[in-house]
Design a protein around this ligand. Sequence first.
Ligand SMILES: *Cc1c(COP(=O)(O)O)cnc(C)c1O
Length: 428
Amino acid sequence: MLYQRSSQLFVEAEKVIPGGVNSPVRAFKAVGGTPIFIKSAKGAYLTDEDGNRYIDYINSWGPMILGHAYEPVVKAIIDRTQLGTSFGTPTALETEIAALAISMVPNIDKIRFVNSGTEACMSAIRLARGFTKKDKIIKFAGCYHGHSDSFLIQAGSGASTFGTPNSPGVTSGTAKDTLLACYNDLNNVSELIAANPNEIAAIIVEPVPGNMGCIVPKAGFLHGLRKLCTENNILLIFDEVMTGFRLAKGGVQELYNIQADIVTFGKVIGGGLPVGAFAARAEIMNHLAPLGPVYQAGTLSGNPLAMAAGYAMLKAINEDAGLFQRLEEKTAYLENGIREALTEANLDHTINRVGSMISVHFDAEQVTDFQSAAKGDNARFKQFFHGLLQEGIYIAPSAYETWFITDALTYEDLDATIAAVRKVAASL
Ligand SMILES: *Cc1c(COP(=O)(O)O)cnc(C)c1O
């Protein structure tokens, strides 16, 4: 494939945008080469500025679960645009999407809409602190909750030591309130709680992590977190920005029958427009301004175009009784095909999958947390990524990302993908 126009566009972009991109992982730094500029997309396919076509496994990092330019969402946006694009006043549509989301997700009474997953998680933490009147939070190494200060904290040395910021600009004052735990390690969490008695406001977790590849929660881990939180007066925050409306209508709470205290959303909930949300039972949500003292606001929050897109998306998901079963079957088919191909080629690998989230790790050992995810053979991943790209298969340009499966994929697309994996694997 030729990327002349993409390369030229990247040169132009680098002059006026830091690194040429508005979000770092798009820059291909982890895999080398120059990023591809996409011109359009429809269903399961992307078309780039040079006219190359790809089967897409990024799907805007999750939102396009029903495929690109999904007709009901496109129509909802166009229709709504004619009526004005933003008012800064309440609209009927906000109540409609709130009621719909609450009807789909267990254990939430009220929801507030924001503009990104980052905002949702940042606000959820503030709310948890305001509600519990405690300051510290526990997060897990390798879990991503957006780019707000409290979450950009690297693995510390010992279980009870304070985290250190992993970005300049995050103060040590902020970092000291974020404690770092190891995913799938309940003992580690117990120790942190014991070392910080009555100081922890919340535990925030990607219940099924997708930002260190896909990680499968061990049996009892999430329920163990629930129990520890309840016993110690800590709020359990499920960051379902990736998993919400993807792994089940009601997200991981429904999938594993477990109750979180606060849930955050993003990605799918906006149908491809910038939307995030956080939700909880009324007792907690009533602490938010203007009802309560915890401040949170947004000029464009609940924007009519974004709400129209999100509503059309959630409605389509809600009314499609077979959706999650189809996604499960398609992704299982892909998983089996990839496994066969990598096994035939004698490549060490581990494939992790929950529903329509799947990741391929070039390591024979199980991948259960950030440490084991980081051990994968990155050089091999780079070759794999570029090999697939040449075959017209677009996966995320980082070994730490999951593939997002869309219902727009046909079995022919999946077969073509598996054939490409077989061809690339044989060349590694
Ligand atoms: C993508 C993501 C976020 C951040 O959402 P943005 O919309 O990119 O700000 C937060 N948490 C999880 C689990 C995510 O996958």
